[in-house]
Design a binder for this molecule. Structure first.
Ligand code: NAG
Ligand code: NAG
Ligand code: NAG
Ligand code: NAG
Ligand code: NAG
Length: 487
């Protein structure tokens, strides 16, 4: 699309050159030689123009075309570690466990040599917002301290959703004072959404992506899931393009359409990156939302989710905080949005896929979520081979933990099927795919022959641990939600 438009502009320029050339031929003879030279030069330029317009589109489209026989092989030997934040007091009777998000952030900060780019929603690492001396805020405060130190030494760039006046801004000011470069991305003006993405790109070779916000609670009081990928330049370069788009929007009043070619990617659901993750052959890509932020070649997040659901052969397990077949905003206008909901019902019915949703609730969960979840959970009948199940995961709280605002909740945003692992940053309601910025990592290891455990297997084990734990309660027609969710 963009190249076709560019070549259109080139043709217009050529027409201008032609007409001015016609004019100059009417000039007196003594200028003839000079004009001849200009004409020759113009002809050479024209040839160069046409070569460019002929060649560039064919190179680009062959790289981006669907099902192109091109393989995008990456020679990096990437190492992926699944990460979790398990809220204090939550214990599983299970051997399934992963390093903490805190540990991974510490290790990334100690590895960082030259650059650190962070895409973020809001910043409350220092517990300034609660006006308490909560001891479990210490891990967030440590990360903040390290970020301040490193901001004076290497290039630190932070893209953050434009803070509202009511939001604390002390962390961001500390980072700016320490030398970090910060840009506010005004998604409200740009798309009527927010920048909800949470990822890091370190030294253009390591990445972190996941559900955790830059919030002390995300390290000790909220249940989170993410992944860090070390020594993976191909993936870091591609996530870097999504970061550069946010960085650009931090200075722009409008969203480019189309995005310039440096934001385009060759890696998507049809032509994923082929690389080794811990020695296993893997096909990997990054999706992004909303579609207006997707440059050429980028798979929009909703398409990624739908294609992962459709690719399942046995089961689809989903763990998300919020699940709604509606738009959540604006509150003043109800809008139904069932793209994902329809797909789940379709695969459950047409291909008898087993679907499980592990959803969260806390005292600020929208009550309208539950009738829709009950509706999904009622697609359950063993005689007809229909199997959609829903459970609610509750993070228990002591009386003092109950006092911590916006905590004690399962904030996970992932999906695992019998074929693919999907690790995202978005809640699952319409807004997150229509106007709110998010990103996800999709890892497909269906073709691996390695005997090592895969990301997919590990993520499935996390899901099953949580699903089978006493923290999960099946949702059925007579579940007492007021009691379960303490609403
Ligand atoms: C933990 O799990 C093991 C094996 O599944 C079981 O034997 C044991 O009783 C469990 N313990 C608790 C405290 O639930
Ligand atoms: C996973 O990779 C296989 C090829 O190994 C491909 O056929 C399949 O479509 C991929 N699945 C997804 C969801 O991308
Ligand atoms: C909801 O929980 C917060 C703490 O997480 C608490 O401050 C607030 O009072 C609770 N609201 C209700 C209605 O229980
Ligand atoms: C998901 O939705 C909840 C409730 O609307 C919101 O509080 C939360 O901020 C959203 N997710 C993230 C990662 O912020
Ligand atoms: C990859 O290797 C690291 C150790 O180097 C390990 O911690 C991690 O669990 C492995 N990841 C997978 C998906 O096997």
């Amino acid at each position: 699309m963009s190249t076709r438009m560019k070549s259109g502009i080139a043709y217009e320029k050529m027409a201008d050159v032609e007409s001015s050339k016609g004019e100059s031929l009417l000039k007196p003879q003594k200028y003839y030689r000079c004009i001849l030279i200009i004409t020759c030069l113009t002809a050479v330029l024209l040839m160069m123009f046409s070569l460019q317009t002929l060649l560039i589109p064919s190179i680009l489209t062959s790289g981006l075309k669907k099902n192109a026989p091109i393989t995008h092989t990456c020679s990096d030997t990437c190492r992926l570690v699944l990460l979790e934040s398990i809220p204090v007091g939550v214990e599983f009777n299970s051997s399934v466990g992963h390093p903490s998000i805190y540990q991974a952030w510490r290790s990334l900060l100690s590895e960082a040599q030259s650059t650190l780019d962070i895409a973020s929603f809001y910043w409350t690492l220092t517990n300034e917002d609660t006006h308490t001396h909560e001891p479990t805020a210490n891990l967030g405060e440590e990360i903040m301290q390290e970020l301040v130190e490193i901001s004076g030494k290497i290039s630190v760039r932070i893209a953050v959703n434009t803070p509202q006046d009511s939001q604390p801004q002390r962390d961001i000011q500390m980072l700016i004072d320490a030398g970090a470069d910060v840009r506010d991305v005004n998604m409200r003006d740009l798309t009527s959404g927010v920048l909800h993405t949470k990822f890091w790109v370190v030294d253009k070779k390591h990445i972190y992506i996941g559900s955790a916000n830059m919030d002390w609670r995300s390290l000790t009081q909220v249940k989170e899931l993410g992944a860090v990928v070390y020594d993976c330049k191909c993936l870091a370069d591609d996530l870097g393009k999504i970061f550069e788009a946010y960085w650009f929007l931090g200075e722009s009043k409008t969203i480019p359409a189309p995005w310039p070619s440096q934001y385009a990617t060759a890696f998507n659901k049809d032509t994923p990156m082929q690389l080794q993750i811990n020695g296993s052959d893997s096909r990997v890509y990054l999706s992004s939302s909303p579609p207006s932020l997707c440059a050429e070649g980028r798979t929009p997040d909703l398409q990624a989710i739908v294609s992962v659901i459709n690719d399942a052969q046995k089961f689809v397990y989903i763990a998300v905080m919020n699940y709604l077949p509606t738009m959540e905003f604006p509150l003043s206008k109800r809008r139904y949005w069932a793209d994902i909901d329809t797909e789940l019902r379709r695969v459950a019915y047409e291909r008898t896929i087993h679907v499980r949703l592990l959803i969260s609730c806390w005292n600020s969960t929208s009550a309208v979520m539950f009738p829709f979840l009950r509706s999904l959970a009622s697609v359950q009948d063993s005689k007809s081979n229909l199997d959609i199940q829903v459970k609610i995961f509750i993070v228990p709280s002591s009386p003092s933990q109950k006092e911590i605002p916006f905590a004690r909740v399962n904030h996970n945003k992932y999906m695992v099927t019998d074929r693919v692992a999907y690790i995202g940053t978005s809640n699952w309601s319409g807004d997150y795919f229509v106007n709110t910025a998010g990103a996800a990592l999709v890892v497909n290891q269906t073709s691996t022959s390695s005997s090592e455990s895969t990301v997919r297997e590990q993520l499935q084990a996390v899901f099953e641990r949580d699903w089978d734990s006493p923290y999960s309660t099946p949702l059925n027609q007579d579940s007492n939600l007021e009691q379960i969710c303490e609403m």
